[in-house]
Design a protein around this ligand. Structure first.
Ligand SMILES: Nc1ncnc2c1ncn2[C@@H]1O[C@H](COP(=O)(O)OP(=O)(O)O)[C@@H](O)[C@H]1O
Ligand SMILES: [Mg+2]
Length: 239
């Protein structure tokens, strides 16, 4: 589904991604875990085309993403929720959710179907729909940003540190939404980043550990699941 072929990238001439090699299968939830500054956001931004590669290739199925400019990548079915959620404050949450779909030319019926799926996966969004994008708490904004990524993300969904700053109850709800997503849309490839891997509990199918822009060697084969060492979620948050 998503293949990183030895990718590297620099920011201000400093190497930030170094020889990333991994394959993330369709129908999987993969976590990229590493400290602040490790390169998690840069990796997602490289997939979106916001950071140029110095070397290597990123393939979505068999297509080289280098051939698709950044503004065309959402049209491939890639949804992205940046670390700093950005809702348009002058639009309602529903307009914020629909807008990217309209921009990439989805039909009204497709957008309606996508919204129905999004509300099924994240029912908390229902009551937020008529509210202004500016009137959301941090946790609500995270859920809305997840919803917006899901609206256009028909193949691949990238969520940058979704649990960061969420109170335990909201983090539990977010985790439940991710589990519902895997059930309702099993064709998707979902990638989430996190600086504290233990927050993810048993959510990811695969964990890639990133350190100073490189994957830790034994993680490249995508075979391991991070041990759960501690948790700040209440146990009942995950039935
Ligand atoms: N706009 C930028 N200008 C300068 N350095 C940057 C910029 N963005 C990222 N970096 C550097 O790239 C490295 C990786 O950053 P980032 O991908 O944001 O890490 P993470 O998301 O894992 O915290 C860090 O060392 C950071 O200082
Ligand atoms: Mg980051």
């Amino acid at each position: 589904m998503l293949h990183f072929e030895n990718i590297s990238a620099d920011i201000l001439q400093a190497p930030v991604l170094r020889g990333i090699q991994a394959s993330l299968p369709q129908g999987s939830l993969s976590a990229v875990v590493g400290r602040n500054g490790a390169g998690k956001t840069t990796l997602l931004r490289a997939i979106m085309g916001f950071v140029p590669l110095r070397g290597g290739r990123i393939l979505l199925d068999d297509s080289d993403l280098a051939k698709v400019p950044a503004h065309g990548r959402a049209r491939l079915g890639i949804g992205y929720a940046p670390q700093e959620r950005v809702m348009f404050p002058t639009l309602t949450v529903e307009e914020n959710l629909r807008l990217p779909c309209q921009v990439i030319g989805m039909s009204r019926a497709e957008v309606d179907a996508r919204l129905a799926l999004t509300l099924e996966v994240a029912p908390q969004l229902k009551e937020m729909l008529p509210r202004s994008g500016a009137a959301l708490s941090g946790g609500q904004g995270k859920m809305a940003a997840f919803g917006r990524a899901l609206m256009v993300g028909t193949r691949l969904i990238l969520l940058d540190e979704p649990f960061q700053g969420l109170a335990p109850a909201l983090a539990g709800q977010y985790g439940e939404a991710l589990k519902r997503l895997q059930q309702r849309a099993p064709e998707l490839c979902v990638v989430i980043t996190e600086s504290n891997g233990s927050l993810l509990r048993d959510l990811p199918d695969h964990v890639l550990h990133i350190e100073r822009g490189a994957l830790l060697p034994d993680q490249a084969a995508l075979t391991s699941v991070a041990p759960v060492t501690s948790s700040s979620f209440p146990l009942e948050a995950y039935p």
